[in-house]
Design a protein around this ligand. Structure first.
Ligand code: CAA
Ligand code: FAD
Length: 370
């Protein structure tokens, strides 16, 4: 039922706006409102807090279905649910949950702010500094590449309270925009252009002490444990993207004739299409398996990294092939196939690059076998 609801919303509300949003590099406010109205911004949040109280797998399905139509809208929903809501659901106090989860489920977009200009893969080397002054924390520093930040009002910010403690000084803070978050730069990107990605500056920004999420010094654990889940969301985004490109290009190959027959019936094309279908199914099974393990309370870190790594490769490969299957038409902006290929590149970069996924898998194998 959820899959069908998201498909209808994606077709009726998102699809007509995709090309304009990409060209204008801006998310349409009606799309954001629609995500809230459809109950897609508090998928796992309990009904008491205005959410849909559904499973993690449900979130994965919503992210996948949105990505079939627009990977930018998909990542907006993904970051908001799998990163922002989850941090507050898992680590927030009762007061924090009561105050912020209903807003996040119904009206207000969230951002997850970990990366900085000098710390991307080496995320725990972050330099944003938090100093205690009376009953407030004072934040100074900047964050880079922050998804949703142009439209968001609630920000989870990772900062260190004591650089001498290394990653054990990292603490998670919840800030709202009116506390003094400055948007310093909005990036112009190759793909997912409707999704905002900004640099944020904090200049003596006051955050009340009750807005610390979890324990002081335990922010690194919050960040990486949530990212383990988030990586399944990105795998779902890449899976949906690959399927979206496939669904657009394959019908065309049975309509377009050359040498007196549909181009899709040449064996050279048939085998490429069959190979792509196998790869999409492989990505789907890895993604759903990681989500199922997470829902069952089993270890899923390795499976999440495998799913994200594989789905990113598949998305890039299938969307690239889809352009070729449609020939010259696929290379134009008109069909939207080329957009899937531009959007696919980000899968191997954010929420841990492909090398970081391989490193995560390798570390777990070493731990198991040595
Ligand atoms: N799961 C749980 N814990 C982990 C972990 C994992 N995958 N990886 C590391 N840890 C823990 C370790 O157990 C250790 O904790 P303890 O000391 O308490 O045991 C601690 O983290 C440090 O471990 P390492 O020394 O191995 O860590 P490191 O400093 O070499 O790197 C890392 C750790 C920063 C997490 C790195 O592996 C990583 O994942 N980098 C990528 C960062 C990232 O994903 N950023 C995404 C930003 S958000 C985003 O991108 C959103 C979006 O685009 C849409
Ligand atoms: P670097 O870490 O500098 O990596 C450069 C290259 O070196 C990569 O190929 C990498 O794989 C390789 N490399 C680095 N370390 C190793 C190693 N140990 N072994 C092998 N190879 C290595 N961050 C947030 O906090 N919140 C967000 O919402 C967010 N959204 C984003 C949206 C977009 C569109 C983009 C582009 C980024 C976003 N990010 C966000 C940041 C993203 O998580 C980082 O870009 C990513 O973690 C990589 O960091 P980096 O760009 O600094 O690359």
């Amino acid at each position: 039922m959820l899959r069908e609801t998201v498909q209808r919303f994606a077709q009726d509300v998102v699809a007509p706006k995709v090309r304009d949003m990409d060209e204008n590099e801006m998310m349409d406010p009606e799309v954001i409102k629609g995500l809230f109205d459809q109950g897609l911004m508090g998928i796992e949040t309990s009904v008491d807090f205005g959410g849909s109280e559904s499973s993690f797998t449900s979130a994965v399905i919503a992210i996948e279905e949105l990505a079939k139509v627009d990977p930018s809208v998909s990542v907006m929903c993904d970051v908001h649910n799998t990163l922002v809501n989850t941090v507050i659901r898992k680590y927030g106090t009762k007061e924090q949950q009561e105050k912020y989860l209903p807003r996040l489920a119904q009206t207000t977009l969230g951002s997850f702010c970990l990366s900085e200009p000098a710390s991307g893969s080496d995320a725990f080397a972050l330099q944003t500094r938090a100093k205690k002054e009376g009953s407030n924390w004072i934040l100074n520093g900047s964050k880079m590449w922050i998804t949703n930040s142009y439209e968001a009002d609630i920000f989870l910010i990772f900062a260190t309270v004591d650089p001498s403690k290394g990653y054990k000084g990292i603490t998670c803070f919840l800030a709202t925009k009116d506390m003094g978050i400055q948007i310093a730069k909005k990036e112009q990107k190759l793909g997912i252009r409707a999704s905002s990605t900004c640099t944020l500056n904090f200049d003596d920004m006051k955050i009340p002490e009750e807005n610390v999420i979890g324990e002081v010094g335990k922010g690194y654990k919050i960040a990486i444990e949530i990212l383990n889940e988030g990586r399944i969301g990105i795998a779902a985004q890449m899976l949906g993207l690959a399927q979206g490109a496939f669904d657009k290009a394959v019908p065309y190959t049975y309509q377009r004739t050359q040498f007196g027959q549909p181009v899709g019936t040449f064996q050279g094309m048939q085998f490429q299409i069959a190979q792509a279908a196998i790869e999409i199914e492989t990505a789907r099974l890895l993604t759903y398996n990681a989500a199922r393990r997470k829902d069952e309370g089993r270890d899923f870190t390795k499976e999440a990294a495998m799913a994200k790594y594989t789905a990113s490769v598949v998305a890039q490969k299938v969307s690239g092939a889809a352009i070729e299957w449609a020939g010259g038409v696929g290379f134009t902006r008109e069909t939207g196939i080329e957009k899937f290929w531009r959007d696919s590149k980000i899968g191997a970069i954010y929420e841990g690059t492909s090398n970081i996924q391989l490193q995560t898998i390798a570390k777990l194998i070493q731990k198991q076998y040595s």
